[in-house]
Design a protein around this ligand. Structure first.
Ligand code: CAA
Length: 486
């Protein structure tokens, strides 16, 4: 089926972005909003987004006029009677969506495909509320829709053969890559992404590290385009909260219970970029981010010969002296740092170090670490050009604690048969701008390292979902370094 005229219902950040994507690909678009005020906001989104492209020289003014000229804005759903496809992008509330789809079913021709951009709600439940369940699918775009290259196309058990293929082909025409999946809460991306974001909020609440430090660790250490809190602000804290709630209802996995911090911020109206304030702009700094002045002192590096020698060399090259009576003992960490610290005559001097990539040094303070040693460690790292990420001495510190459970979830998803390795990797690269998909990351870190890190996390937090996925465990036991592509 060829789609030439499409409707988009809901012109918030996502809906307006989706309308722009269709219009840029040459389709005619009818954008529908509930009232004149919301319509004006939708028009504003479209004008700003295309205006920026003109300012950057990415679009000629004439092209912008053509794109905007293909979009008709209206407050009447009845104007959708002749379209080939409708994409819904209204708030994530099932009752609202069901009521809208019933209405669209009445208004549109029987052949029209009705698609929901829901992030997590049951496409099956939405489809079943219409008289055309076989022609209802999920068409899930990623924020910012004009930029992110992924569309998840969600078919249900009653989707007619051919509809998923037609919508997948349409995604290709829009310049996107489609990943076709079945109807499970969160699909591929949100099922993997949102628990990680929720976990970041939990680590901050536990005081393991502060907002800016966690964001810096994931951005500079792992190479993600945004840290978790900046991304939560982009997605919208209310959306993230709703998605977590849906995930929890389906899985009953306590990691999926929305973080109380999210609830608090949402209740306060701090929704992220769309309300002007979320994690950023809110007083979210953590105790560890405070900066004390220190005299740059002497150091000693212990543990992990190669890495330790490399760090000691960098410090010496920057003019610092290693000493047997140092201000700070930098322990390249494996086991809990405190287990090493208590063997020192003065445990207050020990700080755990974990180098992440070539830019980040996680610095773990134990319950006994002095403020002087912690500050000296931070200053030393800055001087040798590393970004210090101060954190508590907890398994996985920040990066491994956030990354490894996400990788484990990806292994479980694949092993459940929900999606292929290629689709999961593509979804995270194209939907979230990750430099590599989870399986690519697993294979480059080494499966054994991730398995062992998960074991340490499990031992520390006793969280069942942190136990290594059986498939990962078995591959390590069999000394296999790559996942079998089935
Ligand atoms: N609309 C249109 N274009 C936009 C845009 C927007 N809202 N925001 C950024 N862009 C464009 C910029 O114009 C720029 O284009 P050019 O390269 O052509 O100049 C490009 O995107 C890069 O933008 P910037 O240089 O301003 O900034 P950046 O390099 O830091 O990239 C980003 C910004 C694309 C948002 C990047 O940080 C990123 O990929 N972040 C991850 C976003 C992500 O994970 N999205 C998925 C969230 S999950 C979701 O959406 C699903 C759900 O259901 C909750």
């Amino acid at each position: 089926m060829a789609f030439e005229r499409v409707g988009v219902v809901g012109l918030g950040t996502m809906g307006a972005g989706i309308a722009e994507v269709f219009a840029r690909a040459g389709l005619r678009v009818i954008g529908v909003e509930a009232d004149a005020e919301a319509l004006a906001r939708g028009r504003g989104h479209l004008e700003r987004s295309t205006g920026k492209a003109v300012d950057k020289g990415k679009l000629a003014p004439g092209q912008r006029d053509e794109i905007l000229g293909r979009i008709t804005l209206t407050t009447s759903r009845e104007d959708l009677r002749d379209v080939d496809l409708v994409v819904e992008a209204i708030p994530e509330i099932l009752d609202y969506k069901i009521s809208l789809f019933k209405d669209l079913d009445r208004i549109c021709e029987p052949g029209t495909v009705l698609a929901t951009n829901t992030s997590s709600l049951s496409v099956t439940a939405i489809a079943a509320a219409t008289g055309r369940p076989g022609r209802v699918v999920g068409m899930h775009f990623f924020n910012p829709a004009p930029v992110m290259k992924l569309v998840e196309v969600v078919g249900t058990v009653v989707t007619e053969p051919g509809v998923v293929a037609d919508v997948t082909a349409l995604a290709g025409r829009l310049g996107k890559t489609a990943v076709a999946v079945g109807d499970r809460a969160g699909f591929v991306v949100n099922r993997l992404l949102l628990p990680y974001l929720n976990h970041a909020a939990a680590l901050m609440e536990l005081g393991v590290a502060g907002r800016d430090d966690i964001d810096a660790a994931m951005r500079l250490g792992v190479g993600l385009p945004m840290g978790p809190f900046a991304l939560l602000d982009l997605i919208g804290l209310d959306t993230a909260y709703e998605v977590m709630g849906v995930l929890f209802d389906e899985t009953r996995d306590r990691r999926h219970a929305p973080s109380p911090l999210l609830r608090e911020l949402v209740t306060a109206g701090l929704l992220g970029r769309k309300s002007g304030r979320g994690f950023y702009g809110a007083s979210g700094g953590a105790p560890h981010t405070k900066q004390a002045k220190s005299r740059l002192g002497t150091f000693k590096v212990v543990g992990y010969e190669d890495e330790g020698d490399g760090l000691a060399e960098r410090l010496r090259a920057a003019g610092f002296k290693s000493s047997e009576e140092p201000d700070v003992v930098l322990r390249l960490a494996d086991r809990p740092v405190i287990e090493h610290a208590v063997r020192l005559p003065d445990p207050a001097r020990m700080v755990g170090v974990h180098l992440v990539g070539d830019q980040v040094a996680e610095l773990a303070s134990t319950a006994l670490t002095s403020e002087h040693a912690a500050t000296a460690a931070r200053d030393l790292m800055k001087i040798v050009g590393l970004t210090p990420v101060p954190c508590k001495d907890r398994a996985g510190f920040v990066v491994d604690a956030l990354l490894f459970p996400y990788l484990n979830d990806a292994v479980r998803m694949y092993d459940s048969g929900y999606a292929s390795i290629e689709d999961i990797d593509a979804a995270m690269r194209l939907g979230c701008g990750y430099p590599a998909g989870p399986f690519e990351m697993l294979e480059s870190f080494g499966l054994a390292r991730v398995r062992d890190g998960l074991r340490a996390l499990y031992t520390e937090y006793r969280e069942p979902a942190f136990a290594p996925a059986p498939l990962l465990d078995q591959l390590v036991t069999a000394d296999v370094s790559e996942f079998p592509r089935r």
